[in-house]
Design a protein around this ligand. Structure first.
Ligand code: DGY
Length: 419
């Protein structure tokens, strides 16, 4: 008997569950990744609320004393992955990477709480850790109100063309010989290329050598790029943090200041030449000129009005499935290569959520239905070719299964916005 897509999605979550945390997919990513886990929690929430909370609590058990919540927690070392904790030299309570990832947790902790208020104590216990994480961003990663990253992996959009200029500005000298593992799991044509990979490792080496000293990195790293993924997710999450602070009568002044800073600072990501939000390379002092799927998180962040609507409609006419990770009109668009073109279902959920909340119900609904069709037809791939929905990257992917259950499934999905 064949399984329904809902049953398959639940089976994927169960298969990728390592007990208290979920791996993004078996083999390619054998650890706990930060934002992958938050999406996993949404998937679990559909049928096991207790397990949903545990996922996020496990993530926060790896929080560093300085507030940073790492992008990877290496709970149990797997020699099949590279780079492993010895290369990262993380300094937290659990072996980890030394960078963070898009801070969507506050938003979805609030979402879990709204769906199940009986777990209020668990949400409340996460309030201070969340605030400390947000403070880490605002202390170390805020340039004029826009949020910068010190590694492309931090944004999750590893090989987006946004990084090409900043990566070309330095030579990856002194990295030890290494063997990639990702290309034994997935077609090399669907992964970052070697030129990029050498530079990713150089930036890891730089961070590890200074002991992930954020003050040193701020002054010395060649890679410091303000990014819409981080700025828009942090701004959105900080609004949700504010709502929780108000609910529990916590002090709100610091949180309000952060929101005001990012509302103003997000303007630094507006590139008048292409009339779109893109990245801003702090070292070069230039915009990167790439319209990505992260550019469309503007509604989710609650800034910019409808400035991106024309681009959204234009791009919808270029490919069968939306939203491609790089604008198909950009010369560096590659529809099968990771973040240089493919569609990512979990980003679609965030974009649709923002559109729905901003009153663009038809756009939100269209994106929901496209994503439903894309996953329903092609299964739970890591990402999809925008031209025909062909599955790409890893398979049996946690976050694709999770956003199916939480949002895109016609049976279990709920609109993530108030209708
Ligand atoms: C990888 O290993 O390729 C990941 O994207 C790093 O987060």
């Amino acid at each position: 008997m064949t399984m329904t897509r809902d049953e398959e999605a639940r089976a994927i979550l169960a298969q990728n569950d390592r007990g208290g945390y979920t791996v993004p997919t078996d083999g390619l990513y054998p650890y706990q990744w930060n934002w992958d886990s938050v999406f996993a929690a949404l998937g679990f929430a559909e049928h096991d609320m207790n397990r949903a909370w545990t996922e996020i609590e496990t993530l926060f058990s790896g929080q560093w004393p300085n507030g940073m919540v790492p992008h990877i927690l290496f709970h149990k070392v797997d020699p099949g992955y590279f780079p492993n904790p010895d290369i990262w030299g993380g300094t937290g309570p659990i072996q980890s990477s030394g960078i963070s990832q898009p801070p969507i947790a506050a938003t979805f902790i609030r979402w879990l709480l709204d769906h199940d208020p009986t777990q209020e104590a668990r949400a409340r216990a996460l309030f201070e850790p969340l605030k400390n994480w947000h403070r880490w961003f605002m202390t170390w990663r805020c340039e004029g109100g826009a949020i910068v990253v010190t590694h492309p992996w931090e944004t999750g959009r590893d090989n987006c063309p946004d990084w090409d200029g900043a990566l070309a500005a330095f030579e990856p000298t002194g990295i030890a010989a290494y063997k990639r593992r990702d290309t034994s799991e997935v077609e090399a044509a669907e992964r970052p290329n070697q030129w990029e990979y050498d530079r990713y490792l150089y930036l890891v080496k730089l961070g590890a050598e200074c002991g992930w000293d954020e003050a040193w990195l701020r002054d010395n790293t060649p890679f410091r790029v303000a990014d819409p993924t981080m700025t828009f997710t942090l701004l959105r999450s900080t609004r949700d943090l504010l709502a929780m602070a108000e609910r529990w009568g916590e002090d709100t002044s610091e949180i309000r200041n952060w929101i005001a800073a990012m509302e103003a600072g997000s303007e630094r990501l507006w590139n008048p030449d292409i009339e779109a939000y893109d990245c801003y390379d702090e070292r070069a002092g230039t915009h990167t000129g790439v319209i990505s799927n992260a550019s469309f998180l503007t509604w989710y962040a609650g800034v910019g009005g409808d400035r991106m609507l024309t681009h959204l409609d234009r791009i919808a006419g270029l490919t069968r499935y939306q939203v491609p990770s790089t604008d198909p009109a950009h010369p560096k668009y590659e529809p099968k290569r990771y973040w240089r073109g493919p569609v990512w279902a979990m980003l679609n959920m965030l974009i649709a959520t923002g559109l729905g909340e901003a009153g663009h119900a038809a756009h939100a609904q269209a994106l929901t239905e496209k994503t439903r069709d894309m996953i329903g037809t092609n299964g739970f791939a890591e990402y999809f070719d925008p031209r025909d929905g062909a599955p790409a990257g890893g398979r049996n992917f946690t976050w694709t299964a999770a956003v199916w259950l939480a949002w895109a499934s016609p049976e279990t999905g709920r609109t993530a916005w108030a209708a």
